[in-house]
Design a binder for this molecule. Structure first.
Ligand SMILES: CC(C)(COP(=O)(O)OP(=O)(O)OC[C@H]1O[C@@H](n2cnc3c(N)ncnc32)[C@H](O)[C@@H]1OP(=O)(O)O)[C@@H](O)C(=O)NCCC(=O)NCCS
Length: 328
């Protein structure tokens, strides 16, 4: 029997503080109607604690997952953290998370592919399970987007929020689990959405701070135009490659960047919005956390054998799709 990687548990952590559109109206020249109509976002969570960041949120979601599965942190073989807002440039956030939760038998690393970080990390994690290298791999998406967002820029700050969510992968031979994946990258889009400074090309300096180069820089329209096509394309590709018709798909699990991009993807797949996991209204774009956060919030509605299509589009450009059969 073929060994596949099954998601056997999922959990999430969101900070308590809610930044509503109404609060944003008091901070900049924007309004609830514009934000709702253009993005579908009503509110987002913000991690206010100055001494806490992505590793903290990742560790909280991991601890909840271990408790739910009645597992010891010592049972985990590998932790992969998907993030664009690591606590530090180095060491990797995964190391810090392993230390925070006491996973001393685990090794770990981070994956950075902007809004596609989680799907890339999940795809990589399946290989450690399928080859038999590991029995339990935790994949965590965690981003403190509020740490790189300029709250005087109305074109970007309205979109993003903070969150983390974790999945556990284990081997199975029952025909469920991650069955197909396709990842893409197109580096020609690198400057449409990026964080200009803080890397080795433009190291941190007084000028880089003065010029606000450590914040998200985005050409929203350019990103929208390609995202709306590529996220739908890869979702359709997943269906075609696996002979899935609209009625075979239990849920689309799309990256939550803009409600209009999600609507277009569902339309292309010819599925109703009742089959789309969408919580963008409550959380905005939480970058690496969006997909597992959806899985965690919809967990109680899922049953073994359900066909799910996961899709993302992100900076870089990066995009990808995963087809899986839910395992429990
Ligand atoms: C950012 C985004 C919501 C903007 O929506 P849009 O329909 O493209 O809006 P535009 O950028 O064309 O702006 C239209 C007008 O609204 C204004 N505007 C921009 N942000 C605003 C805000 N928060 N409130 C009110 N008005 C705003 C603009 O200044 C512009 O005004 P103008 O016509 O007088 O110049 C949209 O482009 C988008 O979602 N892009 C993709 C983002 C994305 O997916 N990022 C993550 C990828 S993983």
């Amino acid at each position: 029997m073929k060994v596949t990687a099954a998601i056997t548990g999922v959990s999430h952590y969101v900070p308590d503080y809610i930044l509503t559109n109404e609060i944003l109206e008091t901070m900049m020249d924007t309004n609830n109607e514009w934000i709702m109509a253009r993005s579908g976002i009503a509110e987002r969570r913000i991690l206010k604690d100055k001494d806490k960041a992505s590793a903290f949120m990742a560790a909280e979601s991991a601890k909840k997952l271990l408790a739910k599965k009645n597992l010891s942190p010592l049972d985990i073989d590998l932790i992969i953290v998907a993030t664009v807002t690591p606590d530090y440039q180095y060491p990797a956030t995964a190391n810090i998370v392993a230390d925070m939760i006491g996973a001393t038998n685990s090794w770990g690393f981070d994956v950075q592919a902007a809004c596609s970080s989680f799907i890339y990390a999940l795809n990589a994690a399946t290989k450690f399970i399928e080859t038999g290298a590991h029995k339990r791999v935790m994949v965590i998406g965690s981003d403190k987007m509020s740490s790189i967002v300029d709250y005087t820029d109305r074109t970007t700050s309205i979109l993003f929020g903070d969150a983390a969510a974790a999945v556990l992968l284990e081997p199975t031979t029952d025909g469920t689990g991650i069955l197909d994946s396709k990842m893409y990258v197109d580096g020609s889009g690198q400057k449409s959405l990026y964080q200009p400074a803080g890397g080795s090309l433009i190291p941190s300096s007084i000028e880089s701070v003065t010029n606000k180069q450590h914040f998200v820089s985005m050409d929203g329209q350019a990103v929208f135009k390609i995202a709306v096509i590529k996220m739908a394309d890869v979702a359709a590709e997943m269906m075609e490659r696996n002979n899935l018709k609209a009625e075979d798909v239990a849920f689309l699990v799309p990256h939550q960047a803009n409600k209009r991009i999600i609507d277009a993807t569902a339309k292309r797949m010819q599925i109703g919005m009742d089959k789309v996991m969408m919580n963008i209204e409550k959380y905005g774009n939480t970058t690496s956390a969006t997909l597992p956060l959806c899985l965690s919030e919809w967990e109680s509605q899922l049953k073994k054998g359900d066909n799910l299509i996961l899709t993302t589009f992100g900076a870089g450009y990066t995009w990808g799709g995963i087809y899986l059969k839910w395992s429990y």
